[in-house]
Write a protein that binds this ligand. Structure first.
Ligand code: NAD
Length: 373
């Protein structure tokens, strides 16, 4: 069994799909771990650290010869050219956005696993890349929003007068949003938050933040995710958000609906009503945007002095931390692909986590959600 860990090629991607800890455990399980020279450098992991963990450092071509390739981002065009029939590929492949690439894996005979599709069951938690990366993104979202804000987060009582605390509003209280609430609370802001899933209200309140807004009937699907709001519900939410925004200093938005474009929650008219100097940061900028006018990776200022920041790949900005968690998630998943008796890789489709992430096999697209699309 050979696993290849390439150096990531997508611009701005600093993470790596293995760590010395995971390399050591994979090697102990009888797997040869082949890491591309320099693959971990941007995540503060030296070639030497990988080598001491038992991995072999190699050039690009040798790494891509391995039976199983572990990636952070989906392959670039050049990397697609390196994939071989029968090869296994595991990573954040973003299959709902890149249908043509999914078809290309099938055409090439690649056995591809998209880790975003992992069923979010209790057993899956140790492999859940969405949670591990969203948690760090939620933290970084707050750190970046604060650094763009030119007033203070906590209340400060001084001899020269009192500085009032920042009013901080979090839209979407999933994994990233809850971490954003906790981080903003730790910084001393007055935090409010909204979501549409019934369970979110209690989760927001358990972090000592105040819930604002409304929860529609059946706001969550059977799988525990949010569903798109009806036009009437959207109107109700817009009225609440519009009123609340007028008083807020920093707003971070994290609202997503799996497999769909992110819902538009903050409109240009709402931004116009906000105070000069306020900051709006959109974590969903890369998937359609919760905020009108947000552009992933860019900061824009409105005429009335509101700064809008479009977040772009925040986990990559914390590559040393996010890589360790991502690598551990992937290592735990890889163990499901090892047949302990034959000591060979095997796709056991009876395992719901293997089946739930498998997108292409035997020259076909096999995941039900992608076949429908
Ligand atoms: P996500 O990234 O899909 O969405 C982020 C948040 O946006 C969600 O809380 C969602 O309800 C909210 N949202 C969607 N539309 C909205 C709207 N119009 N207005 C306001 N908010 C809106 O979510 P996530 O962080 O991946 O978590 C989704 C669910 O999965 C949660 O219930 C979470 O607790 C659950 N989860 C379960 C496990 C597990 O059991 N293994 C692990 C992680 C997450």
């Amino acid at each position: 069994m050979k696993i290849g860990i390439p150096r990531e090629q997508q611009p701005g991607e600093h993470r790596v799909a293995a760590s010395p800890e995971t390399a050591k455990k994979l090697v102990a399980a009888g797997i040869e771990v082949i890491v591309e020279h320099g693959a971990g450098l941007e995540a503060a992991i030296s070639d030497d650290a990988f080598s001491k963990a038992g991995a072999v450092l190699e050039d690009t071509a040798t790494v891509w010869d391995a039976e199983l390739i572990l990636k952070v981002q989906r392959p670039t065009d050049e990397e697609m050219g390196r994939l071989k029939p029968g090869q296994m590929l595991v990573g954040a492949l973003d299959p709902h956005t890149h249908h043509e690439q999914v078809q290309a894996y099938a055409d090439k005979g690649v056995v591809a696993f998209a880790m975003e599709l992992l069923p979010r069951t209790t057993r899956a938690q140790a492999m859940d890349i969405l949670s591990s990366q969203a948690n760090l993104a939620g933290y970084k979202l707050v750190v970046d929003a604060i650094s763009a804000y030119s007033r203070c987060m906590p209340m400060m009582m001084t001899a020269a007068g009192t500085v009032t605390p920042a009013k901080f509003f979090v839209v979407g209280a999933g994994v990233a949003g809850l971490q954003a609430i906790a981080t903003a609370k730790r910084m001393g802001a007055v935090v409010t938050a909204t979501d549409v899933r019934p369970a979110a209200r209690q989760e927001i309140e358990s972090l000592a933040a105040k819930f604002v807004g409304f929860i529609p009937e059946d706001g969550a699907t059977a799988g525990g995710y949010a569903r798109p709001l009806t036009p009437e519900e959207q109107k109700q939410q817009a009225e609440m958000v519009a009123e609340h925004l007028k008083t807020q200093d920093i707003v971070v938005t994290t609202a997503q609906i799996p497999g769909r474009k992110a819902p538009r929650i903050i409109t240009a008219a709402m931004l116009e009503s906000m105070k000069p100097g306020s900051v709006v940061m959109d974590l969903a900028a890369e998937s359609g945007g919760n905020v009108e006018g947000s552009v992933a990776g860019e900061t824009v200022k409105t005429e009335n002095g509101v700064t809008i920041i479009g977040a772009k790949n925040l986990p990559s900005k914390l590559a040393p931390a996010s890589s360790l968690l991502y690598a551990k998630n992937l290592m735990n998943f890889v163990m499901l692909l090892v047949d302990k008796e034959t000591k060979a890789f095997k796709v056991n489709e009876e395992d719901d986590l293997v089946k739930g992430t498998l997108i292409t096999k035997d020259n076909a697209v096999v995941h039900p959600s992608l076949q429908k699309a």
